[in-house]
Structures are given as C-alpha cells and as structure tokens.
Design a protein around this ligand. Structure first.
Ligand code: ADP
Ligand code: GN1
Ligand code: MG
Length: 357
C-alpha cells in the first residue's frame, strides 16, 4: 500500500491538512488495517475495514455510532466514566470514504493511551475487567434489536465446528494430514457445544462487545487507569459469558496469543481472580446467579472456540486472520488449545473463584 498517497486522500476527504498528512501502522489487530494519521493539526486513527469479514461496513459503522451515542448519554448521567471511541465525519458529513474500492473510516485518537498484548499483573487485570464490566452495565438498557447482526453466528460454537468440518473436507491448503492430532482433540470437546446450546435457552440476551481481548482496552499512560473500550465492530446481542471468556482467554496467560512456548501457556490464578472480581462488581445489580455460574463455561468455550477458528483458517489457506508467517494460524490454534487444556486442568480452583464472587 502506498501509505503516503492514501494519507493525503483520506486527509482531504476528512478535512485535515493533507500537505502534512503521514500514516503509520498502529496496534496488533488481526482483521482491519489500523493506522495513525498525523497532520499539522493533530492525529487521528484511520482504518481500512476488512470487507471480506464485514460484508456490510455501513452496518458496522451504524452499530458503533449508536453505541457511541448511548454511552455519551451514560457519561452525562455519571454512569460511564471512560472515554468514548468516536467516528469522525468527512467534509460531506459521511462516516466513511471509499478509496479504490476500499472502505476507510476515521476515529478520534485517544491521546496519552496505550494498549497491551499481555496483562502485566493482577491489578491491571482488575482495572481492565472493571472497565469492560462498566461498558456492559452501561449497555444493559440498550435496545439490542437496534443492532445489525454484522457477523451472523459469531459465537455459535456448533457453527464453528461445522466450519472446521467443512475446511477438513475441502482441505484447500493440503494441510489436513498434518493436524490429525488437533482435529482428534477438537472432536473430543463436542460436549461444549451441547452445554452452550442448553445455556442459550435460559440465559438473558445481552448487548456484548464480543471481542474483549486485552488489546481492545486503552490504558492511560499517565496513571495506568482504563481510558477507553475500543474496537466496537462486533458489538451485537450475545451472552455475557462470551465477554467474560474472551477476557480469560487474553488476560490470564503470561504468553501472547501466538506464543509457541506452550509450557508457559497457563492460567495465572491471581489474574483470573482479579478478572472475576473486576468484571462482576459493576454488573452486580444486573447479573443473575445463573449468568454468573455460566462464566465457567465461558472460560472454557472462548479459548477453545478461537482455537477452532484459527485452525479452520489454517486449513482454509489463511483467508480470515492476518498472518505474519505460514504457520501463524496453526501456532495460534496450538496456543489456544494449550490454554483451554490448562483452564480445564485448574477447573476446581477457577470454578470456585467464580462461584464465590
Ligand atoms: P482491529 O479491528 O484491527 O483490532 P482496533 O480498533 O482494535 O483494530 O485498533 C488496533 C489498535 O490500534 C488498538 O489495539 C490500539 O492500540 C490502537 N487504537 C485503535 N483505536 C485507537 C484510538 N482511537 N486511539 C488510540 N489508539 C487506538
Ligand atoms: C480478531 O480484530 P481483532 O484482532 O480485535 C477477531 C476476534 C478474535 C481475535 C483473536 C471480527 O479480533 O473474533 O477473537 O481476532 N475479530 C473478528 O485474536 O473476527
Ligand atoms: Mg482490536
């Protein structure tokens, strides 16, 4: 990509000084292309939306803007004390531009902030989980029917297993024979599909973030407090256990999601305990006993399901998640399965921490 040329075109459309506009990549997201655009008047975040993944980018933007508005209302009443990720309008008052067939948007840059790929300590886990909890609490009175289902069946484990089966049958990249062990392991976990389907019948439908990984939280560089929940692209109706489980998946291991140091891919108990406390505290007036108990299934389902998705993409020839090398998705899948195994191995302790909270 010729970033200099794109920076100038985007700056012109959004009314920034295009003579000084420069762009550089920011963050470690797997789906969109995220860049920091700097110009004489300041900085903004610009993103090329991945339209293979988000077929209707206008629906995604409409969802995120509705959530922005709702959270702004909660800020006014003192029920939300984080900064809010905000879409910026173009000179023509649109919220995206099309450049050579690609959809770009601009977001206000949240200054003096940083994201993390690995949680550093229990105190940080509690802060981040508390912020995601505050986000969920602020949206508990948001009308979920207003949101477009931007990715249907996003956290439908049964469908994810079917996608894996399909990838195995098609064997597009000729890799199936090399992952026999992983496939056998996945087939042994089918009980999770039934357990999740049973809970879906009884748990309340909530507005979920659906991607509560640690690098979707901005921390203050001044005092390490939580500054903003970002990446609202997958906000859709769902179960709180998904958001809890995705935090377990990305907060608890001392290794990054793609680390091959599998012996060290384990659940840090103190981080797990802090995350449980941090998330449940802001939700305590809304959460049901059954919902809280369901977090144990969330802790298992999310590492397993994302592992299945990485493995599926590996078999498919790496069409979905961006990769840095040919085995990247396989390494991510192995990592997630190792984490899932450790969640199960520590089940007595972890389940008790949830039920006692
Ligand atoms: P992706 O969908 O690719 O994951 P994100 O919206 O999560 O994209 O952004 C990727 C990274 O860019 C974040 O982890 C964060 O480091 C940084 N970032 C994104 N939006 C902002 C913002 N408004 N202000 C500051 N940094 C941001
Ligand atoms: C993707 O966009 P990003 O990197 O925050 C993915 C999530 C996965 C995650 C795994 C739209 O999130 O579902 O859990 O990678 N987002 C989408 O790291 O598929
Ligand atoms: Mg992200």
């Amino acid at each position: 990509m010729n970033t200099e040329r794109y920076a100038k075109i985007i700056a012109q459309q959004f009314g920034f000084d295009h003579h000084t506009a420069k762009m550089k990549p920011i963050g470690n997201g797997h789906i969109n292309t995220t860049m920091l655009l700097q110009h004489s008047g300041g900085a903004v975040v610009v993103q090329k939306l991945n339209t293979q993944v988000f077929a209707q980018p206008q629906e995604l933007i409409a969802n995120a803007r509705k959530i922005e508005q709702h959270l702004k209302g909660k800020q006014v009443t003192g029920e939300y004390n984080l900064e809010i990720i905000e879409h910026l309008p173009t000179l023509e008052q649109r919220y995206s531009v099309e450049i050579e067939g690609q959809c770009w948007r601009a977001l206000a840059f949240i200054s003096e902030s940083r994201s993390e790929d690995v949680v550093l300590c229990a105190a940080q886990a509690k802060i981040a989980a508390g912020a995601f909890g505050q986000f969920a609490a602020a949206l508990q009175d948001f009308d979920a029917t207003l949101l477009y289902p931007v990715i249907k069946n996003f956290h439908n484990l049964s469908m994810r297993m079917q996608m894996l089966d399909k990838a195995v049958r098609e064997d597009k990249a000729g890799r199936v024979a090399s992952v026999a062990e992983q496939l056998a392991f996945c087939n042994e976990q089918m009980h999770l599909v039934d357990e999740l389907a049973a809970l879906e019948q009884v748990l309340p439908l909530r507005v979920c973030h659906n991607d509560t990984k640690i690098n979707n939280m901005l921390f203050s560089t001044k005092d390490n407090s939580a500054k903003a929940v970002i990446d609202l692209d997958t906000c859709m109706p769902g179960l709180w256990l998904f958001d809890f489980g995705d935090m377990v998946r990305t907060f608890c291991s001392p290794e990054t999601e793609d680390s091959t140091n599998l012996d060290n891919v384990v659940v840090r108990e103190d981080i797990f305990a802090a995350l449980v406390q941090g998330y449940i505290e802001p939700l305590k007036e809304h959460i049901t006993a059954q919902e809280k108990a369901s977090f144990w299934l969330g802790a298992q389902v999310m590492p397993f399901m994302i592992g299945v998705r990485f493995l599926t993409d590996y078999l498919d020839g790496d069409n979905y998640f961006s990769i840095k090398h040919p085995n990247h998705n396989l390494e991510r899948a192995n990592n997630q399965f190792a984490l899932y195994r450790d969640v199960v191995a520590q089940q007595h302790t972890l389940k008790a921490l949830i039920l006692q909270a």
